[in-house]
Design a protein around this ligand. Structure first.
Ligand code: SF4
Length: 291
């Protein structure tokens, strides 16, 4: 396939996606970021972030033996300049370009407003079998955000994303990157558990994903890691597969996006852990570049 044809198909997929969402192009910058920009700072950091940054100066991310379910190699340094830009969705409109974030003095308040807007949601059929709306958890001003597909049984019961076996593996990945779970933000494309853990349907994703887009824009992380195909296709507004997209940075609204395999896939295919770790090294390098 020629590059021109590939770009035309990518553009057509984005336009179809925007039509599906039926939203206008109303980019909004969260107020706390405006304040940061006016103060001449490109970032707003929590005490936890500041501490992590300080630690990063003399302690680089280390993978400990046994962590991450089988990564026993020890990485003492992040390869410089590992991140690279990709061709594709970042060149045109992204689903996020059309999303309005609630007016709020800070990201935590914006997230609270988004959660209040969701309420006891019945906007799509997934409401019928859920126990809890699983909104998201973590640092409202995280520099790193993980996006999954949807809640499973454990998440549905607890009301928190990634708390089952796949969640425990994600926690190990985060810790292997030299962070705590509380340092990052974790959310899903759909907030209610699909029956039998099936993949969310396109109309369910179209109905619920604007809440995810609002969360991303309220937090404005430096990097969003998309876990698996539905998360990647939703955030990037593409139909390309995870196999084709993973391992390379994309960009939406100035936010770097790294697609990688879902932890549930890693539980079934441990050999793919090495690919995910390669992707996470690029993410760590990107975060370090932005310190
Ligand atoms: S999945 Fe999203 S849109 Fe559907 S009912 Fe749950 S919160 Fe509402």
């Amino acid at each position: 396939m020629t590059e021109g044809r590939s770009e035309r198909e990518a553009l057509r997929a984005r336009l179809e996606w925007l039509r599906l969402l039926g939203v206008e192009d109303l980019p909004v910058r969260p107020p706390h970021r405006i304040a940061a920009a006016q103060a001449g700072s490109s970032q707003v950091r929590s005490p936890a972030e500041t501490e992590s940054a300080a630690m990063g100066k003399d302690r680089r991310p280390v993978v400990q033996a046994g962590l991450f379910g089988g990564f026993d190699e020890v990485e003492s340094a992040v390869p410089p300049g590992a991140g690279r830009r990709a061709r594709g969705p970042e060149r045109g409109a992204s689903p996020l370009a059309a999303v309005r974030v609630p007016e709020a003095p800070d990201a935590a308040t914006a997230l609270r407003f988004i959660r209040e807007d969701i309420g006891d949601c019945t906007r799509c059929g997934l409401c019928r079998n859920r126990t809890n709306v699983v909104f998201g958890v973590g640092n409202p001003i995280a520099r790193l955000m993980f996006v999954g597909e949807g809640p499973g049984a454990d998440e549905d019961l607890k009301g928190e994303p990634f708390v089952g076996r796949a969640g425990q593996l994600l926690t190990k990945i985060i810790e292997s990157m030299g962070m705590e779970r509380e340092d990052v933000y974790i959310a899903n494309v759909v907030k209610c558990r699909p029956p039998e853990n099936r993949t969310p349907l396109p109309d369910e994703i179209a109905t619920c994903s604007p809440f995810l887009f609002q969360q991303i824009l309220a937090i404005r992380p430096r990097v969003v890691v998309c876990l698996g195909t539905p998360a990647t296709q939703t955030v990037l507004g593409t139909r390309d597969t995870i196999t084709r997209l993973r391992g390379t940075f994309h960009e939406i609204n100035g936010i770097r996006v790294m697609p990688t395999f879902h932890p549930a896939y890693l539980l079934r295919n441990p050999a793919a852990k090495r690919d995910v770790w390669d992707d996470m090294k690029k993410v760590m390098a990107e975060l370090k570049k932005a310190e």
